[in-house]
Design a protein. Structure first.
Lengths: 325, 68
């Protein structure tokens, strides 16, 4: 049996190439605070919205009719540093052939702050740890969470109010950001296959695997707003579904293997949920298995019906290749 | 097996229609491209279409089995 050993984790090096790293980046050059129980989200058009909720950042006016917005997302993995720099940027060509600057950091952290008014967490680059701890009067007992690779993208939007630009443009920008993230991830996947014997292949990111984005919005008079926006509120709202009595009995039957649920139905459900979570290849594989299983069932039942013995069918199924070809 | 045997084997009332045959053929192509040539052309949206194809195929096959 393998030994259990104690591993002391190595912390990031806090490196940055100060000569080339752009200073216009908002996330990695400032700290941003967010309320732990508040985020923004898209809703259906006819939903009745509380007036307080509707006035999103109404105090931030545009600068020459423009806002600077930076959206950021934490990925599911810690991707490699570039030349020992934990903060770096890449010029990624988007689908329209336009170069977009994506900022990446492997040294972002969140610290949870309890104040009399509300509970917050502060997102900051660890280069500014001392300043953040001083500003928010924190000490080593505060709960710090180190994030995985954090990506941000900055762009400008024209509009008269934050509410207007959110409603009109932000949804499309999320799609654009996801496609830039996926350009980066697929390139890293390719590189890892070249340098690593057992590369970790990361599936594409989608609205389900990046359920929410952080954003910083900057308007006139250098006014800045911070927030979290969810592309699917249910994913981040911590409201679980509820199984009824009947469904609970069915669930128990399935886990206890008492049910007569077909294996292909389970593979279908698994495949569908994998695809919804952005794991396309695994999902497709599961769906193919579903097809193979049901076809096998059909062939076996047909053979049984035609008088072939069960043992012969079992023997042949051991050598029968996939039938979907 | 699919495009050669399924049609003759199916009872008259459950013969696969053109749409279903077309759908099965596209499923086969995606599968063969992936398994034999390592080509994976699906994106997030087309994967949902694919899921719907499998759902229809699964329902059709279940009907065939129950009518045996």
């Amino acid at each position: 049996m393998s030994k259990v050993i104690c591993v002391k984790l190595a912390f990031p090096k806090f490196n940055r190439d100060e000569v080339t790293f752009p200073i216009d980046n908002l996330f990695f050059n400032t700290s941003a605070s967010f309320k732990t129980d508040e985020f923004y989200g898209f809703t259906v058009e006819d939903a009745i919205i509380h007036p307080d909720v509707e006035n999103i950042f109404s105090d931030i006016a545009p600068k020459e009719n423009k806002y600077i917005i930076e959206i950021g997302a934490e990925l599911n993995e810690l991707y490699p540093n570039l030349i020992n720099n934990a903060d770096f940027f890449l010029d990624i060509k988007d689908k329209n052939g336009i170069i977009q600057k994506i900022y990446c950091s492997n040294q972002m952290a969140k610290v949870f702050v309890h104040t009399d008014k509300n509970d917050l967490f502060v997102l900051y680059n660890q280069i500014y740890k001392d300043k953040v701890f001083e500003d928010y009067k924190l000490n080593e007992n505060n709960n710090v969470q180190y994030l995985k690779t954090f990506l941000t993208w900055q762009f400008e939007l024209e509009g008269r109010s934050v509410k207007e630009i959110f409603a009109e443009f932000l949804d499309k920008k999320f799609e654009g950001f996801l496609s830039l993230i996926n350009e980066y991830v697929s390139s890293v996947n390719y590189m890892q296959q070249e340098i690593d014997k057992f590369p970790l292949i990361i599936p594409s990111y989608s609205r389900f695997t990046v359920p929410y984005f952080y954003f910083i919005i900057k308007g006139n008079e250098e006014k800045i707003g911070h927030g979290i926006i969810a592309t699917n509120i249910k994913h981040v709202a911590y409201v679980p579904d509820n199984f009824s009595n009947e469904q609970t009995i069915k669930l128990k039957d399935i886990v206890e293997k008492n049910s007569e649920i077909n294996l292909w139905d389970i593979y279908y459900a698994n495949g569908k949920s994998l695809i919804m979570n952005g794991q396309l290849k695994s999902g497709i594989l599961s769906l193919f298995t579903c097809c193979e299983l049901i076809l096998n069932k059909y062939i076996n039942e047909s053979l049984l019906k035609s008088g072939v013995s069960k043992s012969k069918i079992e023997d042949s199924s051991k050598i029968l290749p996939l039938v979907l070809c | 097996m699919l495009n050669i045997l399924l049609h003759p084997l199916a009872p008259d009332k459950l013969k696969p229609n053109k749409d279903l045959i077309g759908m099965i053929n596209s499923l086969r192509k995606i599968r063969n491209d992936l398994i034999h040539y390592g080509i994976f052309k699906l994106n997030y949206d087309s994967s949902f279409d694919f899921t719907n194809y499998v759902f229809d195929f699964k329902n059709y096959m279940s009907e065939l089995i129950s009518n045996l």
